[in-house]
Design a protein around this ligand. Structure first.
Ligand SMILES: Nc1ncnc2c1ncn2[C@@H]1O[C@H](COP(=O)(O)OP(=O)(O)OP(=O)(O)O)[C@@H](O)[C@H]1O
Ligand SMILES: [Mg+2]
Length: 140
């Protein structure tokens, strides 16, 4: 599993690029079962999976200050995993240790280009290991 307690997965990409589908995939992989309604109105949906996990959608936020007003900082710097749609709304408040995932619809078919980046060395190492195992898996 590429994400672990305390991680923030920062999803960005245009409307309809696939952020929610990816977020639900991560929730399922973490053991969340049943309905996972969109948190765009409530902003945060919290689940007790193998670790506590938050699905956050910042689409309705006008600026990063509003995110702080509703106490998001406490969630983003906690032992929970947080998966954040429209993470760019956080601007400079996005935690440095985030795993940044950018989605882009490409071509006329239902294809998506997904880029995954991190700047903190420990997170980069985990992503590199994941990439390595995917390459090995693909080669089998
Ligand atoms: N990886 C994918 N490949 C093909 N289609 C996808 C993929 N991910 C999502 N889709 C399709 O794209 C549409 C939009 O997906 P989704 O709701 O996840 O986007 P979103 O980025 O969360 O949108 P919004 O910006 O409105 O929140 C859905 O019809 C979904 O089935
Ligand atoms: Mg969405």
């Amino acid at each position: 599993m590429a994400v672990s307690a305390g991680d923030v997965v920062a999803l960005t990409g245009d409307l309809g690029s696939g952020k929610s589908v990816l977020a639900r995939g991560v929730l399922e992989a973490l053991g969340v079962e049943g309905d996972m309604p969109s948190p765009s109105f409530v902003i945060v949906a919290s689940y007790e999976a193998r670790v506590p996990v938050n699905h956050i959608d910042l689409y309705r936020l006008d600026n990063a200050g509003e995110a702080l007003d509703i106490g998001l900082e406490d969630l983003l710097y906690s032992d929970c995993i947080s998966i954040v749609e429209w993470a760019d709304r956080l601007g400079g408040f996005l935690p440095l240790a985030s795993i940044k995932v950018e989605l882009q619809a490409v071509g006329e078919r239902d294809h998506r280009l997904i880029s995954i980046k991190a700047v903190v060395p420990e997170v980069r190492t985990r992503l590199a290991n994941l990439a390595g195992s995917l390459v090995r898996f693909g080669g089998q």
